[in-house]
Design a protein around this ligand. Structure first.
Ligand SMILES: [Zn+2]
Length: 115
């Protein structure tokens, strides 16, 4: 799937999530935390960091060299890896950050598997 379509999917899923949050009266603090980390997950920490050419890889500057030896759709597209990262974040109490990062990664992986 092309990157722009991924971004559209991220935005659509985020709007849906915000609507659900507003319906259930989730606090604005938690909503803001989810929103910020969703955007960070979309723009900078996308699972496509392992791709040879990805827009998120270009955005992270010199950190892109960390992903030189990874193959596309390898461990970065593994849901277990994403859940592991989110469990660590949840351990420190940032459930909004966890939901934002995991949610955007899950949307990406689902879109990759469908299209
Ligand atoms: Zn991908």
């Amino acid at each position: 799937m092309k990157g722009i379509n991924h971004d559209r999917g991220y935005i659509f899923a985020l709007c849906l999530l915000i609507t659900i949050f507003l319906y259930f009266h989730i606090s604005i603090y938690e909503l803001t935390q989810v929103f910020l980390f969703w955007v960070i997950g979309t723009l900078y920490l996308s699972p496509d960091l392992d791709a040879r050419y990805s827009r998120s890889k270009l955005r992270i500057g010199h950190f892109r060299y960390l992903f030189i030896f990874t193959k596309h759709r390898g461990f970065m597209h593994n849901l277990i890896f994403g859940i592991f990262i989110c469990v660590i974040m949840g351990y420190f109490g940032y459930w909004g950050a966890r939901l934002g990062i995991l949610g955007s990664a899950m949307v990406h992986i689902i879109f990759d598997s469908i299209f």
